[in-house]
Design a binder for this molecule. Structure first.
Ligand code: ADP
Ligand code: ZN
Length: 734
């Protein structure tokens, strides 16, 4: 008889590096328990060890002759991905052409040293005798028996801990691990607020949503309504419906939209039932929130894009507020869009997706028009509040009248003065940080650029530094031009910092504050500014696009927009869409209370159709015009698009690689793909790396993604994978 042998067992494992293939590892023979799919393990990879994920625990044996390393450790205490999320991350890796391991890392909370749940000592078997000489043990037992919940281990001194251990050995006490308590945003005892009675328009939307939520079938809705039309109230009632049916809700908000003002509103309606998940939380808080959801203690999560991977069971509804917001797209691998993944997840969970916007992404509106999504029209503002009146100011005229390029037009200054005199508040948008846009030598025309990137440096007066907005390089103001030696360099163009200073001059005595990435670096600074403004302690808030997002301030009557037409000049097919959205969003902050709003839009080309349509807040006309342009040029949403960027420190090698890659793409689907490039990317050099861009388009996305995937496989070994950046459905090609 042959000796009893155990057949070797293997597992397929996704490792968190940019490697599309799965790796096979051997399950050690002496393991009685096989780590299931979704389990976290430690495995050797090259010369190091990494934490990775089992995706198949019963994998086929590798080809004969291949040496396979054993799994080093099964990390059973770590968060484990439930099967539906494991499947969702596989979808992400196939769709966005990233590694499955990278997609899993995005879906899981950050890795932490294992959390030790707090321990408690409780009394156990009362029949156990403790000898009278063990005085400390007896005294401790006395204390333990007088409380139901026992004593916290951390509160005991060393002698008592020793006594507790001795009692546990006798069986008279037990040391138990109490569950980890975590990140609630409000105590549960409070009674839930009810919210206003829905308007007719809100009721009609809910009449379509509620049966869909009840029916447990997949469906996607677009709630299309002007700024201030009451979309939030519809979200909250839809959420209520799903929760009442015992199902979970994921409520996605853009990064900058997750404000205490919104969280307050939500937690007042659902006290103690909401968990918040976003990247600004400390890693431990995120982990705790994740565990609470996984254990089913809460089933309502509000968060930014990665919350779409929240480990809730029985998902009933996903809300995507401001669905067009670019922050739903991650700008590093995996370059997924949380809004699009919401649809995929909801489909497999038989759940409803509710997207909302006043200015939907062209993709979304097209789906709603063709019936793939259900359109819910909310119409204009609540309580017949008018949309704000928009005046366009032609800055060419202002220039001719004053003989100088003006930053603030007399029209805007007048509006602001009147606004403040009436005790109201104003917002001024300048979507560019810093003091100046560039530093120019008026003699030779040289612009001071970043030594590592092909962009000009921005002067920041508050820190007295020239800074690169691409790589954060900093330097001091040079005394003279490095090219011609002239010593009168000029700061040209104005950023938000300078606008703030000019407003202070124009409006003496006004309380002016600025909100852009420079002023909200500290954690909580963003929230603090918004709350201050909400309390009326700021008269004029100047800032970049982050002042435009979602806020519901009732005392804002004037909104100013500077250089409104500037972004239209960018070489990006979405420039018009972005400009329209930003203008409409920021205009939508005016007149949300009792008093009507006025918007002053300054532009050098105020006749531009995008500016005109935004001034009229006529999204549908804008859509019709824009979709014609996209059809003609075959850009999304009419065609699918993948952007490939090849990066390398050596310019020549970068170009060679880009050509190799483009040729490989060209060999796929001959005649079917539209390939532009390779050529220098709009930012040709960033962080010391040269950048070559290839844009690939075709009608069918599946075909396109497959073609690119095959091309990447063909050039494997010729070009290192880290040199290639793949962006499926890019939001910007700059
Ligand atoms: P949106 O999200 O569409 O921009 P909001 O949800 O912020 O709009 O609503 C705009 C304003 O109208 C808010 O101040 C909100 O409290 C108020 N509101 C919403 N629904 C109602 C309602 N049914 N009755 C009275 N006020 C409402
Ligand atoms: Zn730089």
């Amino acid at each position: 008889m042959s000796p009893l042998t155990v057949a070797a067992r293997y597992a397929s494992i996704a490792v968190p590096i940019p490697l599309r293939q799965l790796l096979t590892y051997r399950i050690p023979d002496d393991w009685t328990e096989v780590p299931p799919a979704g389990a976290r393990v430690r495995v050797p990879l090259g010369s190091r060890q990494v934490v990775a994920t089992v995706v198949e625990s019963d994998a086929a044996a590798p080809e004969a002759g291949l040496s396979v390393k054993p799994i080093a450790e099964h990390l059973s205490g770590d968060p484990m991905l439930p099967p539906d999320l494991l499947e969702l991350t596989r979808f992400v890796s196939d769709y966005y052409l990233c590694s499955w391991g990278e997609a899993i890392e995005t879906a899981l909370p950050p890795q932490l040293p294992p959390v030790r749940p707090p321990r408690r000592v409780v009394a156990a078997d009362a029949n156990i005798e403790v000898p009278s000489r063990a005085g400390r043990q007896l005294r401790l037992l006395e204390r333990l028996r007088s409380t139901a919940e026992g004593l916290a281990w951390d509160d005991l001194d060393t002698a008592d801990r020793r006594a507790a251990t001795a009692l546990a050995e006798r069986g008279a006490a037990r040391v138990i691990e109490a569950p980890v308590e975590a990140g609630r945003i409000e105590a549960p005892a409070i009674e839930a607020g009810t919210g206003p009675t829905p308007t007719d328009a809100q009721r009609q939307a809910l009449d379509e949503l509620e049966p869909a939520i009840d029916s447990r079938t997949f469906d996607t809705f677009l709630l299309f309504g002007a700024t201030g039309s009451g979309k939030t109230e519809v979200y909250l009632r839809a959420a209520q419906r799903a929760l009442d049916a015992g199902r979970a809700v994921i409520y996605l908000v853009p990064e900058i939209g997750l404000t205490p003002l919104l969280l307050n509103k939500i937690s007042r309606r659902f006290p103690g039932r909401v968990v918040v998940l976003h990247s600004g939380l400390a890693p431990r808080e995120r982990l705790q929130a994740w565990h609470r959801l996984r254990r089913g203690e809460v089933s309502f999560v509000v968060g930014t894009r990665s919350a779409i991977f929240a480990p809730v069971a029985d998902l009933g509804l996903v809300i995507v507020d401001e669905e067009q917001d670019p922050s739903y797209k991650q700008d590093e691998a995996p370059r997924y869009n949380g809004r699009d993944i919401a649809v995929v997840r909801a489909k497999s969970a038989a759940a409803v997706v509710l997207m909302g916007s006043a200015t939907p992404a062209l993709e979304t509106f097209r789906h709603a028009k063709t019936g793939r999504y259900t359109m819910l029209r909310l119409g204009d503002r609540i309580a017949d509040r008018p949309l704000p009146t928009v005046v366009c100011v032609d800055m060419r005229t202002t220039y001719q009248d004053s003989g100088e390029v003006q930053v603030l037009s007399p029209e805007l200054v007048d509006e602001l003065r009147n606004c403040l005199a009436a005790g109201n508040q104003a917002l001024v948008l300048r979507n560019r940080r810093g003091w100046s846009v560039a530093l120019l030598c008026p003699k030779c025309g040289e612009r001071v650029g970043c030594p590592r990137c092909s962009v000009t440096l921005t002067w920041h007066r508050s820190t007295s530094r020239l800074r690169c907005h691409t790589c954060a390089f900093e330097t001091k103001l040079p005394d003279a031009c490095s090219r011609c030696g002239a010593d009168e360099l000029k700061l040209i163009g104005e950023g938000s910092e300078r606008v703030e200073a000019l407003l202070a001059e124009a409006l003496p005595g006004a309380r002016i504050a600025r909100m852009d990435r420079d002023t909200i670096r500290r954690r909580g600074a963003h929230a603090a500014l918004l709350e201050k403004f909400d309390r009326g302690e700021i008269d004029v808030l100047v800032g970049t696009q982050m002042i435009a997002k979602g806020h519901d301030f009732h005392r804002v009557t004037v909104v100013g927009v500077l250089s409104a037409d500037q972004p239209l000049g960018l070489p990006d097919f979405r420039a018009g869409e972005r400009t329209f959205q930003l203008l409409t969003q920021v205009a939508g902050r005016a007149g949300r209370g009792e008093r009507p709003g006025r918007v002053v839009v300054q532009a050098f080309d105020p006749e531009h159709p995008v500016i005109q349509l935004a001034a009229r807040q006529d999204y549908e006309r804008f859509y019709d015009r824009e979709i014609r342009y996209r059809s003609t040029l075959r850009y999304p949403p009419v065609a699918a698009l993948v952007e490939l960027i090849v990066r390398d420190a050596d310019e020549l090698r970068c170009r060679t690689w880009a050509r190799t890659l483009a040729d490989a793409v060209r060999r796929q689907e001959p005649g079917r793909l539209i390939i532009a490039g390779p050529g220098p990317a709009p930012i040709e050099r960033a962080r010391n790396l040269w950048r070559q861009q290839i844009l690939v388009r075709t009608a069918g996305r599946r075909r396109l993604v497959h073609a690119v995937d095959r091309a990447l496989i063909e050039i494997e070994g010729e070009i290192p994978r880290r040199a290639i950046q793949v962006d499926v459905d890019p939001l910007s090609v700059l």
